[in-house]
Design a protein around this ligand. Structure first.
Ligand SMILES: [Zn+2]
Ligand SMILES: [Zn+2]
Length: 329
């Protein structure tokens, strides 16, 4: 659905005079001091740093342009299980989309152009860049540093307050863009099923009378294992989507550093952190890959290790694929 464009006009003459800068992300026209330097002021609307660099918006981005091969492979394995789609549909119908929505409407703050407007502006930037219809975004008071996207008919994005508090504006854009990436890459239905299965794993199946048969089938047919294995790999695709929005690999790596280091992140040396990611990239044993993923699932981690994610992003940049997409007309 086309959205109304900002009324920012061409401001090249003003820029030349040094008085106005049009935000490269959201298009807002910002008054700046005559001696303005790139990145020393933030946009009044989306709060992202102002600069005169261009920001690419991908008109017709295909998910296969960036989806990680591990994601595609794991999805193929999952889809090859007989009865997978009908079982997951039954599972989701049993819980229902309304239950997911109602629980957020009741417990989380809905982000709108008036409520937390800079977060909403960042959501619109991510959606405009990837070419996705703007979904509902909620911020939930939660000390766990996390975010997720779910839904059946209509996706919703939920970001925990701890994440927004810890990250700067560009890093927050990276997290929102990662979630929008799940929508663009058509992950939402399977991702919701994966979350549901994880949540149900903590509840005694015997008590879930209406859904117990379908859950038993999902576990016994190997669907839950394959689904969770895929869900971790899907994260790697969405980190790429986040890079396509922030258009700065350092922003992605710094976000991961904060996810890895928690409140301790301010004391971590970024250069050494990158070195660690490169070390990981060089030394990691591909033969142990399957065991590694299995361990991740067993440990109940919803997202793969941040160091691995950084190493995967660095690898993608170095492969030239990212630059190819950025240069594509
Ligand atoms: Zn802006
Ligand atoms: Zn994710």
């Amino acid at each position: 659905m086309p959205r109304k464009k900002d009324d920012a006009t061409d401001n090249s003459a003003d820029v030349a005079k040094g008085h106005f800068v049009k935000c490269r992300y959201c298009g807002q026209k910002n008054a700046v001091k005559a001696d303005y330097q790139a990145r020393d002021a933030n946009c009044g609307k989306c709060k992202l740093p102002l600069s005169n660099e261009p920001h690419k918006k991908f008109g017709a981005l295909n998910k296969h342009d960036y989806v990680h091969p591990e994601d595609s492979q794991a999805l193929k394995t999952l889809k090859a299980i007989p009865g997978v789609d009908s079982a997951l549909k039954k599972l989701l119908a049993w819980t229902g989309e309304s239950a997911i929505r109602v629980s957020f409407m009741a417990s989380a703050v809905r982000v709108t152009p008036k409520q937390c407007p800079d977060l909403h502006a960042k959501l619109v930037v991510a959606c405009d860049t990837l070419g996705v219809e703007v979904p509902d975004l909620y911020v939930q008071q939660n000390p766990l540093v996390n975010a997720f996207t779910g839904g059946v008919e209509k996706p919703i994005i939920v970001i925990h307050s701890a994440l927004v508090e810890r990250l700067n504006d560009e890093e927050t854009l990276a997290v929102i863009a990662h979630e929008v990436g799940h929508i663009h890459a058509e992950h939402v239905l399977y991702l919701t099923a994966a979350r549901l299965i994880e949540a149900l794993a903590n509840i005694s199946v015997a008590r879930l009378v209406p859904g117990s048969e379908i859950i038993k089938f999902i576990v016994s047919a190997g669907i839950s294992g394959a689904l969770l294995a895929w869900a971790r790999r899907a994260e790697l695709s969405c980190d790429r989507a986040a890079l396509l929005v922030t258009q700065d690999a350092d922003v992605i790596a710094r976000t991961m550093m904060k996810l890895a280091g928690g409140t301790f992140a301010s004391k971590i040396d970024y250069g050494l952190f990158l070195e660690q990611a490169r070390d990981f990239e060089e030394n990691y044993d591909k033969n142990k890959l399957d065991k590694f993923w299995a361990d991740l699932i067993n440990a109940g981690m919803t997202h793969p290790f941040p160091i691995w994610r950084v190493s995967e992003i660095l690898k993608w940049v170095e492969s030239g694929q990212y630059t190819g997409l950025m240069e594509r007309k």
